[in-house]
Design a protein. Structure first.
Length: 149
């Protein structure tokens, strides 16, 4: 009797069918506003420029302003006049979104800190807290060796 070999079937390996990737736009962020009119204002004043950002009490940035966005270029960014313009524009944006009272956090050694306070006092926004959070080193990094000529 002729022996018949059993036919062995192997399962076919089929790649899973996936739909082609379609470029999708990112999820549009929902509009963030000041809840109850309360917010925080962070002013960073460096020797070269000044930045201001307004956040709600959770820390989500609602609006911001900087010297470059206000039209200042080069050395004019570091002037106190530029800082006043930045704060005026930032507070105008924040007030349009419902800001009435603010906690102010100042950081940095630049000329924009004093100008920011002067403008904020006249802007009609109530200041609940004023804090200077400039980092101060407690002996800091080791300086470079002195140059011997």
């Amino acid at each position: 009797m002729p022996e018949t070999k059993p036919e062995i079937t192997t399962p076919e390996i089929v790649a899973p069918v996936t739909s082609p990737k379609v470029a999708t736009k990112g999820k549009k962020a929902s509009a963030v506003h000041f809840k109850g009119g309360q917010g925080k204002m962070y002013v960073k004043s460096t020797f070269n420029t000044t930045y201001v950002s307004f956040t709600n009490m959770n820390g989500d940035v609602v609006c911001w302003s900087a010297a470059g966005t206000c039209g200042f270029k080069g050395a004019k960014r570091s002037t106190p006049f530029a800082a006043t313009t930045i704060i005026e524009e930032g507070t105008r944006k924040a007030k349009s979104l419902g800001l009435t009272a603010v906690e102010v956090f100042l950081k940095g050694p630049g000329p924009g800190k004093d100008a920011a306070l002067r403008v904020l006092k006249t802007s009609g926004v109530e200041i609940n807290l004023l804090a200077d959070t400039t980092p101060i080193p407690h002996n800091g990094c080791r300086p470079k060796k002195t140059r011997r000529v």
